[in-house]
Design a protein around this ligand. Structure first.
Ligand code: PAF
Length: 283
């Protein structure tokens, strides 16, 4: 497994790798969710590249950039064990050369859900992912359904900028009790960790109602809200029952929907989602 930092090193290493190349962009502190993306990439491609970069431009001023968990040695050992061919660990100076003033911005679908609560977040994500794509030149790139809006935004960007890259979205990986895997789960103390299952419980309650015939979007949102509000350590930021394509909130009947939410458990902000009525687990 080759580990590179500069663009020159990356270009040289990339040239030596057989196509198709599958690419998994990450911010490190890898867990089984990331490894499932790597395994999908290995299954579909002749070679696999992973990037590890905690991208400062996608964090808001009051978010956890400084405290975001990092452990490069552990990440590299995990990727080596998965048989990854190339790992790119750029510095901030490589990704944002001094004097940088160019951004990639997807307009409409970044304004709702996470984008409405985290201004500038998706501008940071799309800018860095465009640069990562430019550097790695993959044929396929892998994203998790856990960050559902991010996956939709990247699909939109890849189409709009005519990247010749297939965007593959892989299912959410969950702990045995339902909690969606996330690097931020490490912030939770034992009581909070237990309470954090409330997101999956809320989604599952709404799914059960949907399966029993409930189609009213308000009713589905209310079921999720009530479940979250019954958990003393949880504080709801939003619940949504949205169109899975446009991500616009549904008012009236939901024949297919993306249920999603953001919930504070203690000081930790967690997100989760579930697709209903599409016949698929992912976008
Ligand atoms: O999902 C993530 O870890 C990040 O948003 C990504 C796609 C690596 C961009 O920094």
């Amino acid at each position: 497994m080759k580990v590179v930092t500069t663009l020159e090193e990356l270009w040289e290493a990339r040239q030596a790798l057989p196509n198709p190349l599958g690419f998994v962009p990450t911010m490190g502190y890898l867990h089984d969710g990331h490894l499932s993306l790597v395994r999908c990439a290995k299954r579909d491609n002749a070679s696999v590249a992973v990037s590890i970069f905690v991208n400062p431009t996608q964090f808001g001023p009051n978010e956890d950039l400084e405290s975001y968990p990092r452990d490069l040695a552990r990440d590299l050992a995990m990727l080596e064990a998965e048989g990854v061919d190339l790992v790119w660990t750029p510095t901030a100076e490589v990704m944002y050369p001094p004097g940088s003033q160019t951004w990639v911005e997807v307009e409409k679908i970044t304004k709702v859900l996470e984008g409405a609560r985290r201004p500038g977040h998706f501008r940071g994500v799309t800018t860095v992912v465009a640069k990562l794509f430019n550097g790695v030149q993959p044929q396929r790139a892998y994203f998790g359904q856990k960050d559902a809006q991010q996956a939709r935004v990247i699909q939109r960007m890849a189409q709009d900028l005519t990247y010749p890259i297939e965007i593959v979205v892989c299912p959410i990986r969950r702990e045995p009790d339902g909690l969606a895997m996330s690097s931020r789960n490490t912030y939770l103390n034992p009581a909070e960790r237990q309470a954090a299952t409330v997101l999956y419980r809320a989604l599952s309650a709404a799914k059960a109602a949907f399966q029993a015939g409930e189609r009213d979007a308000n009713a589905l949102r209310k079921i999720m809200e009530d479940t979250i509000n019954a958990e003393p350590l949880a504080r709801l930021q939003y619940v949504s029952c949205a169109d899975p394509d446009t991500l616009e909130e549904i008012h009236g009947k939901a024949e297919k929907a993306l249920l999603s939410m953001a919930v504070y458990v203690g000081k930790t902000r967690l997100i989760d989602n579930m697709l209903l009525g599409t016949g698929k687990e992912t976008f």
